[in-house]
Design a protein around this ligand. Structure first.
Ligand code: BGC
Length: 408
């Protein structure tokens, strides 16, 4: 019998502003690119000007939902000054989705910081939660008539660890002991020139706390201006599993606590729902040799099941806000998606209240410190001509969306 998803389940794909829009020069990543520490982003996919055509493609692929993010530096280019022209731009983006019957999921902050904020200390600033909440409330106040689902932030744990422990992302602080545990990023070409020391560790802990406070403050500020919108946080869950030995059991427990639950426990009371970004499964004591994706990550899409079940403990509606594969020749993407969707279905059967599934990403895009080489898109982008080409796997995903069911 066909394994169906609940009626009204949302299907779509995700993007993030800096990775696809192009033309953003007043944020910390653009400054880092000017300093030669990360690849330049330039016009990216020029999605800022091509969103209508891109949403036509999403629609033609059967998508009923779309997750995208707002670029904070566009909206608040100077501290406390909001740019209405850019608000109008995002209103047009939301309108374009509505016109196509696609439900928007808006993320208010996806990694990049306005320069004035990063240069004055970013989330280490004492008043960062207040500043962040003010920005979030302003945007939601202006967009709530066109959108019912807002995530305050994307993957706070990734932002903090890459910036303050590994030193690969702005502000490039590296904790000396990180070398022992860091997951490698294959294919990095730019020298991050990170500052090493023991200090980053304390700053990392502080930023983590500040991010939780910022989310909680933003939740409350948003509810004051738009009480009925759904407010969530988007969490990156690494599934740390074990081979059964007591030592590895303890390791997995500690790792899951530190990576997922520590932050989750701090914010879940201020979440109407939770978004899951899933990419990693790793087992302590594993002797299997895994097939790898183009990112050199284990090919383990079905373990999205474990990630969803980990978040289910918070008893909130969940949605898959990201999950996907870098696969330049598109030889493995269809299989990856099918297995990821099957894992999601299994989690629903086991009691997780999952409401939607968004593949990462609609388009090939700027993969942060790795630049444009890694290709996650259902749709390929030619970065010279900006031509879009739908990959064959996108039609397999379309079948899933159309049938609202697992494809065996
Ligand atoms: C991030 C995306 C990123 C993707 C693939 C997620 O952690 O939210 O911005 O492109 O993973 O690495």
């Amino acid at each position: 019998m066909q394994k169906k998803f609940p009626e009204g389940f949302y299907w779509g794909a995700a993007t993030a502003s800096y990775q696809v829009e192009g033309g953003i020069e007043n944020c910390d990543w653009a400054a880092a690119a000017r300093d030669g520490r990360v690849p330049p982003c330039g016009r990216a996919c020029d999605h800022y000007h091509r969103f209508e055509a891109d949403f036509d493609i999403a629609k033609s692929l059967g998508h009923t939902a779309h997750r995208f993010s707002i670029e904070w530096a566009r909206i608040e280019p100077e501290e406390g000054k909001f740019n209405e022209v850019e608000i109008e731009h995002y209103r047009a983006v939301l309108q374009a989705l509505h016109n196509r019957g696609i439900k928007p999921y808006v993320t208010l902050w996806h990694f990049t910081l306005p320069l004035w904020f990063s240069e004055s200390g970013g989330f280490e600033r004492k008043d960062a939660p207040v500043i962040f909440a003010r920005y979030c409330a302003h945007v939601v106040d202006r967009l709530a008539d066109l959108c019912g689902a807002f995530s305050t932030m994307n993957e706070p744990e990734v932002f903090a660890s890459n910036g303050y422990l590994r030193g690969t992302w702005p502000p490039f602080l590296r904790f000396t002991l990180t070398d022992r545990v860091a997951i490698t990023n294959s294919g990095r070409q730019y020298e991050a020139k990170s500052s090493r020391g023991l200090g980053p560790f304390w700053r990392y802990l502080r930023v983590n706390k500040q991010l939780a406070k910022a989310h909680n403050a933003a939740y409350q500020a948003i509810k004051r201006v738009a009480p009925v919108v759904d407010v969530s946080v988007v969490k990156h869950v690494i599934v740390f599993a074990h081979n059964g030995s007591w030592f590895n059991r303890i390791k997995a427990w500690v790792a899951n606590y530190v990576w997922t639950y520590r932050h989750g426990n701090r914010v879940y009371r201020y979440c109407d729902s939770i978004g899951l970004n899933y990419y990693f499964y790793t087992q302590f004591g594993d002797t299997r040799s895994w097939k790898k994706t183009d990112m050199d990550w284990n090919f383990a899409p079905e373990h999205i099941y474990d990630a969803l079940m980990m978040l289910a403990r918070y008893n909130k509606p969940l949605f898959v806000s990201e999950g996907g594969i870098a696969d330049e020749d598109d030889s493995d993407r269809a299989e990856y998606i099918k297995r990821q969707v099957a894992g999601t279905h299994r989690a629903i059967q086991s009691g997780a209240d999952v409401r939607g599934h968004m593949y990462w990403s609609l388009l090939d895009n700027y993969e942060w410190a790795l630049g444009f080489k890694k290709r996650f898109g259902l749709v390929a982008v030619n970065y010279e001509t900006f031509e879009r080409t739908v990959r064959p796997s996108a039609y397999v995903y379309k079948e899933i969306c159309d049938q609202n069911a697992v494809l065996e």
